[in-house]
Design a protein around this ligand. Structure first.
Ligand SMILES: C[S@@+](CC[C@H](N)C(=O)[O-])C[C@H]1O[C@@H](n2cnc3c(N)ncnc32)[C@H](O)[C@@H]1O
Length: 266
């Protein structure tokens, strides 16, 4: 397996922003260049991770027992299954990512509760059929029952020519009424100059990055019912008191530069 440790990778840069240890010199150098032009990268990463925690907890509380998390990232505890299984030990989670380094660390994602189940698929979201047809998914999730589709901080890595909206529509069609879409996405809306410069750093490091406007991100949810408070900067989505990410008092929309929402299939 070629982990390409000689070049920066988005998953390892994100791990560095979160304070993790699965990153190498090229990742840290590129992350440093991104922080020079977008100084709040760590705040943005923490706010995003905290949104994943809150939305997972909410959906598990509402009775969703199955999760498909595409663009999982390098494991950082608590991972999605840990959050969901704390609420419901029977929760089942399928993780998917296209980065070999995530696969190399996937063991940490497979420590399920005995009552629940987790699985990992090495796959690219641009091939949704491969994920939906995978044995890991078929053996773990019942697509006749509601599933939370988790696409958190993923789709800004899927540029225009790959038609991110068609990909999301395919995944939405695969799940029944009562399913949920959990999505966060980088945006230029709040700090256009800084986010464009950060995108250039990613591009120079070999990773296409396509920030989208609020309108473009809202289209991912078309036809599904947004839960309160709708599509907002990710730290504003149902913040907890004293949570681990940036709270509304601690971060600005520009520092977070991402939208997040959860919607339910009618
Ligand atoms: C910023 S991390 C987000 C991790 C996690 N979802 C979170 O929000 O904490 C983005 C992840 O998406 C993965 N990724 C990027 N492009 C992808 C693609 N086309 N298919 C699957 N995964 C992809 C990267 O490897 C990385 O692990």
């Amino acid at each position: 397996m070629d982990l390409q440790l000689y070049r920066a990778h988005s998953a390892r840069m994100y791990d560095y922003f979160l304070g993790g240890t699965t990153n190498f010199a090229p990742d840290r150098e590129a992350a440093g260049r991104a922080m020079a032009v977008f100084p709040w990268a760590r705040t943005a990463a923490r706010a995003n991770r905290a949104f994943m925690h809150r939305s997972t907890r909410l959906l598990a509380d509402r009775g969703i027992e199955q999760f498909l998390d595409v663009g999982t990232g390098i494991p950082t505890s608590p991972n999605l299954h840990e959050v969901a299984q704390r609420v419901n030990p029977r929760a089942r989670v399928v993780y998917a990512d296209n980065d070999p380094i995530v696969y190399a660390h996937a063991q940490a994602l497979l420590h399920s509760t005995p009552q629940g189940r987790t699985a990992y698929v090495q796959a690219d979201v641009r091939e949704p059929e491969a994920i939906l047809r995978s044995a890991e998914l078929r053996d773990t999730l019942d697509l006749g029952r509601p599933v939370a589709l988790s696409l958190v901080a993923l789709l800004h890595f899927v540029p225009g020519e790959d038609d991110a909206h068609a990909i999301v529509d395919r995944l939405k069609r695969a799940v029944p009424a009562g399913s949920a879409l959990v999505l966060s996405h980088g945006t230029p809306d709040f700090a256009p100059a800084e986010t464009e410069r950060a995108a250039q750093v990613y591009r120079a490091a070999g990773t296409a990055l396509r920030m989208r406007t609020r309108e473009e991100i809202a289209r991912f949810f078309d036809g599904w019912r947004l839960l309160d408070p709708g599509l907002v900067a990710s730290h504003r989505w149902r913040p907890d008191a004293g949570e681990d990410g940036a709270g509304p008092g601690g971060a600005t929309d520009a520092q977070v530069s991402a939208y997040a929402a959860v919607a339910v299939k009618p």
